[in-house]
Design a protein. Structure first.
Lengths: 187, 153
């Protein structure tokens, strides 16, 4: 009886903790998810799944990393699992309309603004490049923090970030949204 | 410090992870190399552009909100699509294999030249599939107007 009561108390505590994390990090996570998948509604689903998953494997949270880092890692896994499933169905020919898993060029294109070119360029990047740009420039994480989050050596993080910036800037330079490299060096 | 080392230590400089002497060396190179200074400035500009673009795209996006707007054109979930295909295949198979057990016969009509519409309900053996068929009768000729299949999980 006492054991059951203790288990219930732990479960209740975990539920409250997840609810407080949802309040604290929910919006940050849903924005990260939107950048990953390019879809507001899917982003909400992904974060819901993430929080549910976090609740079921709460015992594995050791507190080595902060709760946001832990939740982000779960979110990332959920997204990659969805993408793998979609690819498998695509391979079977069951979902021909999802042949290109990258978000369409229209991603985030429902608003006209000065940042339209950047949004277009971002949407054409692969997930890993888009993610690292988000973590660095929006989340403003340090290289060491990104390395912990992505489970990568710091050198790989720097290299990925460098190539992501190059990949983003290339179309922007071509379209004139950024000055050409040579002109930039002549400044 | 050369341009290559400068590029390698750029992120450490931004993160404040360089020692005092490394930082001094970095700044010395930056002040004397227009190319590296421009590169650093370009990266800061790119960072600002990315931040603005993402914030712009995520404007009003909060966890738990009912979202009416989509960032990409709406697409059906691949899992849902697969399930629909599987259910449709199962229905077709049942309709082909299972004999109908309930059928309302067409009522007798005294006047064969009369035009009227007949509705037939068919329930298949497993009780999972029901079919409604609308048949028009016009001067003794029959034609199927509509077939509706219902699935009861």
């Amino acid at each position: 009886m006492a054991v059951t009561e203790a288990e219930n108390a732990v479960a209740e505590h975990e539920r409250k903790l997840i609810a407080s994390w949802a309040d604290e990090f929910g919006t940050r996570l849903v924005r990260a998810a939107a950048v990953m998948c390019g879809d507001r509604e899917e982003a909400q689903d992904l974060v819901q799944e993430t929080l549910l998953q976090a609740l079921t494997c709460m015992s594995r949270f050791r507190g080595d990393a902060g709760p946001y880092t832990w939740l982000y890692a779960i979110l990332r896994r959920q997204f990659l699992t969805r993408r793998r499933k979609a690819r498998f169905l695509d391979f079977l020919g069951l979902v021909p309309e999802r042949r290109d898993e990258r978000p369409s060029p229209e991603m985030m294109m429902d608003r006209q603004s000065a940042s339209e070119n950047v949004r277009k360029a971002l949407s054409r990047l692969g997930f890993r490049h888009r993610e690292i740009l988000f973590l660095r420039f929006v989340e403003e994480l340090k290289v060491r923090e990104m390395a912990d989050l992505l489970q990568l050596p710091t050198g790989s993080v720097k290299s990925r970030l460098h190539y992501a910036v190059e990949a983003l800037e290339k179309p922007l330079r071509r379209d004139g949204a950024l000055p050409a490299r040579r002109a930039e060096h002549e400044l | 410090m050369n341009c290559r080392t400068f590029a390698k230590t750029l992120y450490d400089f931004q993160d404040g992870a360089l020692t005092a002497s490394e930082k001094a060396e970095f700044e010395l190179h930056r002040s004397g190399c227009a190319r590296c200074a421009a590169r650093m400035e370009a990266e800061s500009r790119t960072a600002r552009m990315v931040r603005t673009a993402v914030e712009d795209a995520c404007e009003g996006l909060e966890f738990g909100q009912a979202q009416g707007r989509r960032l990409v054109p709406s697409r059906s979930s691949p899992i849902a699509g697969w399930h629909i295909a599987a259910v449709a295949a199962a229905l077709l198979l049942m309709a082909l294999l299972l004999p109908p057990i309930v059928r309302k016969p067409a009522p007798e009509r005294a006047n064969a030249s009369e035009s009227w519409t007949q509705e037939i309900d068919v329930t298949y053996e497993a009780g999972l599939v029901a079919e409604t068929v609308l048949i028009s009768h016009d001067s003794g000729k029959e034609a199927i107007i509509e077939m509706r299949v219902s699935y009861y999980p």
